[in-house]
Each structure stands twice: as structure tokens, then as C-alpha cells.
Design a protein around this ligand. Structure first.
Ligand SMILES: [Zn+2]
Length: 639
């Protein structure tokens, strides 16, 4: 599909996009000077190092190095390709994209995906119309009994699939949809005679949308009180696996919940569609549901992009405990893959009660209290193991101890293992901690005190401290080059006349040099950061350009007049450093000419040295009248 969208539109849309608003859907941003800062959606962090700026429309994370423009952001955060990111942004802002005339071959190449999501969109509209129409009376009554009215129906695009065999199939093929496509998206099934029969019949229909709002599948709840003859249909039915719908990664309610998840830093994961809707109704819009499957690694990876904290709202029965255990396994798999470690906790529900009951009966306060009482997943599992045990006998206690240690042994954090062994195993079992340690040792589970020290040594925060030291030790030379580039990219108007002498050779650090080369290729200091990024040799350099354009040095904040003076000083020092190098070379030449008694070479070297001295003095001269910063536009840029 690449290249189908008219190039000018891509550029115009990028230019008018508000990256702060787009990013703000995924992470909370706060104003910091002329840019905005927040927690990076691409890596886990406690202090914000993700920065973006509306004037250049780009972002950079000083923590993980993620960097790019508004399209790069959408591609990365939503897993889109380039044209999809353009379309997503256009949809968001109501920008009318134009498409180039398609050749026959292009038309063939047009993604199957966009054709199929058009089919599912039409199906959603059909089901919504049925719910609101005459046929939908019973379905509306059913929803009303559950406490859902028109606002919920609208927010979640609830629909109704009638009892007829082929109501949807007939309507959509009549509207020009290919029968093949209806089968492909799992809405229709071929019957023995080759005709089409609807998969969803006599059901309240819940469209399942991806983060972009494209319908990728449906869930259906059978309407009670309908005679199905001998055949008893399943209560819940979901779309089968299709090119659009993969249940291992699908979550219900993401487009409706995304903003609230980001804002609260937490997501509630339920098992039912109506749980999600009831929680939204109670003011907990940060709820989603898996669609007929356990929480897996792909679900968690998707959720980790929005919030670090995942609360599983599961039944406290055996199935719920198993589901929590599998989710914990998936979370360990995600963490082992090097991505975001999640805080996984369990909100245990009384048997037979679902989150919808909780929301209906307890309201917002009830849900709030339950979320606050959620237990981290490991203590939850340990308590479940002990609850099963017969603690009245030695044998029962030993069996419970071994069952609990079997769970604890899978916790990778040694410090947490020790804490939980004491608080969640030894104490409730009424046995000595030493006894737990000895039993654990026989089972190959380490609980020794030394492990804690080792764990702290492996602690990323501790490693971070070392990295800061290494950065601090970076030579003054590198810092000077970086500071000059900051001035070049951030406040080019403050550059002194001598900046015209800056050249690639003035930069010794390879990164600084490539960044300078991008500046030069874009037309020199004063070029827009976008243009400099576009002129950069590769993505790596582009990342550095954006980082330098956004990075702040507290020493550089404050009075604009002082800043101008500081910039002049920086540029002089950088140029002087280069002249010093040249001077050393000339003095060598002079010494060589003396030694060889070469009068001509001697005179030449002396002339060059004099010229050099003049250039050095010129560097220190104040900027020409009128070129100074007083009253310049940067006057407002301080702090
Ligand atoms: Zn980051």
C-alpha cells in the first residue's frame, strides 16, 4: 500500500499534527520549558525521560533512545506500518487524505486488511441497526435488565444478530461484499449447498476493535428465552481465528479504555464483555477483557505499552487461580524477553460474582476498595495453596509448605522470595523461618540472605548509577561539542558571527561530527530541526539530532542575555581548541625550519602564526552591532 497516499498530504498532515496531543493518549505529558515530558511508553521508567516538542513535531526518549516524528510514534506504539500510521493520524484529526490513482497492479496490492475491516465495519453497522430497530426489542430488554441503556450501546457499538439463518450474509452480499470475504472474517459459514449461513444468530453482539478502532471480530451472547430446538447453542460465541482476529492477542474494549489506562497507569483485566461495560459505567474506564482465552504474553505486551500495572479481576475459584498462575507465567516470559516488567496483581472475586456484579452492587467505591485490596500475584497464589491444605496435621502442613515453595521457587527476585517465605509461608503455617529455608534448600529453592545482596547488585537502578558516573567522566571536550550543537539546534539566533567558521573538523567526537554534518547538509545553523533530521545520514544520527534539539542543560536556562554570552563563549572555545591544534602544528613547522635553517619556510610559518593569532583574537571580539540577542525571539525561551 506504500505510496498510495498523495505525498503532499503526508507532509501537510505531519506539519499540522499536534504530537503532544497524540502522545498524550499513551502517556501523561507535563510541560517542561518549551517541550513536554512524560514516562516513556517504550520502556519502563520512574522518572520521565520521554520528551516531545510541538514545534518540531518530534519525540525523543533520553532513556531508551526511541526517537522520531509523529508517524514513527504511531507506528511504534500501535504496531502499524507507515501508511497505516498516516491513515490513523488522518482519521484522528479528520484530515481528508487523497490517494493516487491506482494502477491495476496497485489495486491488487491494496492490503487485504483494509478490505476486510471494511466488511467488519459494515457488519457492525448492520448489527447496530438491528438492535435499534424493531427486531431488537428483546435484545434491548435483555441489555436493560443488565443495566445497560443507549449510552452504553453507543459507546460500545452494541448490536443484535437476529434469529434468521442468513440475515447478515444476505444484507452484506446485497451491499456488494464478496461471499469469500464474509467467510474469511468469520461472519458467515458455507452450508452444504454452498450458500451462506450467519455465524452469529439470536445474539447480542459485541464488536471487538483494535486500538485504532478497526473492527477485527465479534463476540455474541445468546439471547435467553429463545427455543433452539434440539440444538443448545453455546452461551458465548466469538469470532474464529481470521486474518484480522487472533485471540491470543485480542483484548476487548481497548479503544474505549486506552486513555483511562494511560491516565491511571493501571489496567483492569476481566473475562467478560459485560464486565468491561459495567466497569466503564461505574467510572472505571480502564477495563478490558480477554476474549474467551487466558491472559497470555501477547496480551501483556500490548497492555505494557499503556500502563505498568495490570490487575486481574478473576473469580477466586480454581479456574481463576489457574488463570492467574498462567498470567504470571506470561508476565515472566515477557520480562525474560527483555521488555517491560509488569506489576501483576489479582483482585479476587467471591465465587460466582463477576466484576459487573461488583460494579452494580458496590458502585465506584466498591470497585475502588476491591482494586486497593488486590494482592500481588505471588502472595495470591501462595494463599491459594495454603487455603487448600489441611493445616491441622503435620502431614498436611508439610504438603502445604512444599506446594507453596514450589510456587515461590518460580519467583525470580531473591529478595521477594525471602520476604514472601517469611510473611506468606512461615507465618501462616506457624513454622520457623529456618525450617522453611531448610525445606526450600532440599527442593532447590534459594532463600539465603546473601542472595539479597547479589540481587541488589543486579538491580538496574544500581547499574544506572554506574552509567551516570561513566557519563560524568566524559571528557570536557565531548561536553563542549555537545553544548555547541545544542546552541546550533536550539538557539541558532544566539550564535556569534564567528560560528561561520564552524566546520566538521571542529568536532572530534564521531557523533558530534555526524550531527554537525547533518546541520551543514541542511544549510547550516538556523535550519529547522526537521530539515536537519531529514538530512541526517541514517536513523541513528537522526536520533542524535532530535535528542540534542530537545535536551536541556539546567546551566543553560535563565537570562537570555547571559545565554547569548554563554553561547558566544562556547563557540569561541570550540574554535580556539581547533586553532590551538593548528598553532601546535605551525610551531612544529617553525622549529623544523629553524633546525633546517630554511628562511623561506620560517617566514611562512611566522606569517601563518600571526594570522592565527589574529583569528584567535577575533573570536573574542563581541558580536557586531544588531546581531546580539537583546529582544530577540529567544527572549521568551528561558527556563
Ligand atoms: Zn524510552
Amino acid at each position: 500500500m506504500a505510496g498510495r497516499i498523495v505525498r503532499e498530504d503526508v507532509e501537510a498532515l505531519r506539519a499540522q499534527a499536534d504530537i503532544v496531543a497524540v502522545v498524550g493518549d499513551y502517556t501523561q505529558l507535563r510541560r517542561a520549558g518549551k517541550s513536554w515530558k512524560g514516562l516513556c511508553p517504550f520502556h519502563t521508567e520512574r522518572t520521565p525521560s520521554f520528551t516531545c516538542t510541538p514545534d518540531g513535531n518530534f519525540f525523543h526518549c533520553f532513556g531508551c533512545g526511541a526517537s522520531g516524528d509523529v508517524y514513527d510514534f504511531l507506528q511504534r506504539v500501535e504496531g502499524l506500518d507507515f501508511p497505516e500510521s498516516v491513515e490513523a493520524l488522518a482519521r484522528r484529526t479528520g484530515f481528508p487524505l487523497r490517494y493516487e490513482q491506482l494502477s491495476a497492479r496497485d489495486r491488487q496490492a491494496v492490503g487485504e486488511r483494509s478490505r476486510l475491516v471494511e466488511v467488519t465495519r459494515l457488519a457492525r453497522e448492520h448489527y447496530v441497526a438491528r438492535l435499534l430497530g424493531e427486531e431488537g426489542t428483546a435484545a434491548r430488554t435483555y441489555l436493560k435488565e443488565r443495566g445497560f441503556g443507549r449510552p452504553e450501546a453507543d459507546a460500545f457499538a452494541l448490536g443484535y444478530a437476529t434469529e434468521a439463518w442468513d440475515d447478515l450474509s444476505r444484507a452484506l452480499t446485497g451491499a456488494g461484499v464478496a461471499a469469500e470475504d464474509l467467510v474469511k472474517v468469520g461472519l458467515s459459514v458455507r452450508n452444504d449447498r454452498g450458500g451462506l449461513r450467519d455465524r452469529f444468530r439470536a445474539r447480542v453482539v459485541f464488536p471487538i476493535m483494535d486500538a485504532r478502532g478497526d473492527v477485527i471480530g465479534f463476540g455474541g451472547r445468546i439471547l435467553p428465552g429463545i427455543d433452539h430446538g434440539d440444538f443448545e447453542p453455546p452461551k458465548y460465541l466469538n469470532s474464529p481465528e481470521t486474518p484480522l482476529y487472533r485471540k491470543s492477542r485480542v483484548l476487548y474494549g481497548v479503544p474505549q479504555a486506552r486513555q483511562a489506562i494511560v491516565a491511571r497507569g493501571r489496567v483492569l483485566v476481566c473475562e467478560g464483555y459485560t464486565d468491561v461495560i459495567a466497569l466503564h459505567q461505574a467510572g472505571f474506564a480502564n477495563a478490558v477483557a480477554t476474549c474467551g482465552t487466558a491472559v497470555g504474553a501477547e496480551h501483556l505486551r500490548a497492555l505494557a505499552r499503556y500502563a505498568p500495572e495490570v490487575v486481574l479481576a478473576f473469580d477466586a475459584d480454581r479456574a481463576g487461580i489457574q488463570a492467574a498462575e498462567r498470567a504470571w507465567e506470561a508476565a515472566r516470559e515477557v520480562a525474560a524477553g527483555g521488555s517491560t516488567p509488569l506489576h501483576l496483581s489479582v483482585l479476587p472475586l467471591p465465587t460466582g460474582r463477576d466484576p459487573a456484579d461488583l460494579a452494580r452492587e458496590g458502585g465506584a467505591e466498591g470497585v475502588e476498595a476491591a482494586v486497593a485490596a488486590a494482592q500481588p500475584v505471588v502472595p495470591f497464589l501462595l494463599r491459594a495453596r495454603l487455603a487448600d491444605a489441611d493445616l491441622a496435621t503435620d502431614q498436611g502442613r508439610t504438603a502445604a509448605l512444599r506446594a507453596a515453595l514450589e510456587v515461590l521457587g518460580r519467583e525470580p527476585d531473591a529478595d521477594l522470595r525471602r520476604v514472601w517465605a517469611r510473611d506468606e509461608i512461615a507465618r501462616p503455617l506457624g513454622v520457623a523461618y529456618d525450617f522453611v529455608v531448610a525445606t526450600a534448600g532440599r527442593m532447590g529453592v534459594t532463600l539465603d540472605a546473601v542472595a539479597g545482596v547479589a540481587a541488589r547488585r543486579r538491580d538496574p537502578a544500581a547499574r544506572g548509577a554506574v552509567a551516570v558516573d561513566a557519563r560524568g567522566a566524559a571528557t570536557a571536550e565531548v561536553r563542549l561539542e555537545r553544548a555547541v550543537l545544542r546552541a546550533v539546534l536550539q538557539v541558532p539566533r544566539l550564535l556569534p558571527a564567528a560560528a561561520a567558521e564552524l566546520a566538521a573538523e571542529a568536532f572530534r567526537h564521531p557523533v558530534a561530527r555526524t550531527v554537525w554534518e547533518a546541520v551543514a547538509a541542511a544549510g547550516g545553523p538556523g535550519a529547522a530541526v526537521d530539515a536537519v533530521a531529514a538530512a541526517a545520514a541514517d536513523d541513528d544520527v537522526r536520533g542524535h539530532v532530535r535528542a540534542i534539539a530537545l535536551e536541556e542543560d539546567p546551566a543553560e536556562a535563565g537570562d537570555p542575555a547571559l545565554r547569548a554570552e554563554a553561547v558566544r563563549d562556547l563557540v569561541s572555545r570550540l574554535l580556539e581548541r581547533r586553532l590551538e591544534g593548528e598553532e601546535a602544528g605551525l610551531r612544529d613547522r617553525l622549529a623544523a625550519a629553524d633546525a633546517a635553517d630554511d628562511a623561506t619556510a620560517r617566514a611562512e610559518a611566522l606569517r601563518a602564526l600571526q594570522e592565527l593569532g589574529r583569528r584567535r583574537r577575533a573570536l573574542r571580539e563581541p558580536a557586531p552591532e544588531g546581531a546580539g540577542p537583546a529582544g530577540g525571539p529567544e527572549a521568551s525561551e528561558g527556563a
